[in-house]
Design a protein around this ligand. Structure first.
Ligand SMILES: [Zn+2]
Length: 149
């Protein structure tokens, strides 16, 4: 490393001259060289760390590339209609509906299987029958309805 070489050069110069340690300026020069050596060591540690982070980052990039390819492949499969991971959800009438129980004022999630023959639903909270749960009867005071004309 250039920095270490320069410090070694300075130390060589000092050795060549032969500092008189009894002089205060010589002690200052020694202290400066000490500090520089310390800095060089810490810089080396930092550089080692940067190398480590760099290789970790390269690993992460590889991983991200792989993940990217997997996702692309999934999208292609999905676009081609070959994706079968959706089968669990794709039963056609498994769609969930939500209605509001006028009796106990709870929201109920249900699907077609829960709806009885006379198109009513039994509220799982209060046990009362809700007539035609697909139709909002408007008697509720829910503010998030936007069916105004
Ligand atoms: Zn209820």
């Amino acid at each position: 490393m250039e920095f270490e070489k320069k410090i070694a050069y300075i130390k060589g110069l000092i050795d060549g001259i032969g500092l008189d340690e009894s002089k205060p300026e010589s002690r200052v020069i020694s202290a400066i060289v000490d500090a520089l050596e310390c800095a060089a060591e810490e810089l080396k540690d930092v550089n080692d760390h940067v190398d480590m982070v760099d290789s970790d980052l390269a690993e992460l990039e590889d991983w991200a590339d792989d993940a990217d390819e997997s996702i692309d492949a999934l999208f292609d499969e999905y676009a081609d209609g070959e994706y079968d991971g959706y089968d669990d959800f794709d039963d056609g009438d498994e769609e969930l509906y939500e209605c509001y129980c006028p009796n106990c004022r709870n929201y109920i999630c249900f699907d077609y299987d829960d709806v009885e023959d006379d198109l009513s639903l039994t509220c799982p909270y209060c046990g009362k029958k809700i007539e035609n749960p697909f139709e909002d009867d408007g008697s509720g005071d829910d503010a998030d309805e936007d069916d105004e004309d």
